[in-house]
Design a protein around this ligand. Structure first.
Ligand SMILES: Nc1nc2c(ncn2[C@@H]2O[C@H](COP(=O)(O)OP(=O)(O)OP(=O)(O)O)[C@@H](O)[C@H]2O)c(=O)[nH]1
Ligand SMILES: [Mg+2]
Length: 233
């Protein structure tokens, strides 16, 4: 046989071998990630959601300063590890850094009544999470949970999505301008959330699937959240 053909075959077999190894390691990493991180500003309702889902009852909660961890049984899909991350600005990044690598999903909880007032803080925290290098690399599914829907003046998920997209757009422009000013020789930092040349939309974040849903921890309305958990598990 022609030696060059032999080398070519060996090379092809070696590439397939590498691809199989890569797929195996990638799938194993994804399968072994069973965490669901509950994140969001203080008072958005994370701990009440956590206690309703894990203990099936409301426990009186105060501003959390440490995480809560519990196990969720998902029908026919095994278990997920639910982690309630405190929303306090001083500690939330530290706790998120400890659990983000294990996240199969991230539930970003917001208060649908106070969202307009807090829109800058909500958008900043969400932006930090979505542009986190570990998040963009592991690609957990993301649910933006519009909680406190029982409040008579609560905004619905569609309205919240559009307000949040506008705010994220402003934030992205500010951050991009800052990066351009700081970068040496005008070199832009490569990471960009969404699509360049158009206004920010969640659907344009190619590496992440971001969905919106409504809930009320007060009235135990978790229908959408439970459907999402079932699909993620
Ligand atoms: N009306 C209403 N109140 C809610 C709902 N969810 C939570 N709350 C109330 O909002 C307050 C804050 O809820 P927590 O669950 O402690 O908020 P948290 O997100 O854990 O806050 P941090 O621990 O500070 O990050 C509590 O008084 C809850 O009872 C809801 O769906 N509807
Ligand atoms: Mg809490």
């Amino acid at each position: 046989m022609n030696p060059s053909i032999t080398i070519c075959c060996d090379f092809n077999q070696f590439s397939i071998f590498l691809l199989v190894i890569f797929l195996f390691v990638w799938r194993k990493g994804r399968v072994s990630r069973r965490g669901i991180c509950l994140v969001g500003l203080c008072e958005s309702g994370k701990t009440l959601i956590f206690s309703q889902l894990i203990y099936k009852k409301a426990v009186e909660s105060f501003t959390s300063m440490k995480e809560n961890i519990g196990v969720l049984d998902i029908a026919n899909k095994g278990t997920l590890k639910l982690v309630d991350i405190p929303g306090h600005e001083r500690v939330r990044q530290r706790f998120f850094d400890s659990y983000k690598n294990t996240a199969r999903g991230i539930v970003f909880v917001l208060d649908s009544f106070s969202v307009n007032k807090d829109i800058r803080d909500v958008a900043e925290y969400l932006y930090t999470i979505l542009s986190d290098p570990v998040v963009s690399s592991n690609k957990p599914q993301v649910l933006i949970l519009c909680n406190k829907q029982d409040h008579p003046l609560a905004k619905g998920p569609q309205v919240i999505q559009s307000v949040l997209e506008k705010e994220m757009n402003v934030l992205r422009n500010t951050q991009t301008n800052q990066l351009e000013a700081v970068a040496e020789g005008g070199n832009r930092k490569s990471f960009y959330l969404g699509q360049e040349g158009k206004n920010f939309e969640f659907a344009d974040i190619r590496s992440l699937r971001v969905e919106f849903a409504a809930s009320s921890a007060q009235t135990e309305d978790f229908e959408n959240l439970k459907k999402w958990l079932q699909s993620v598990a």
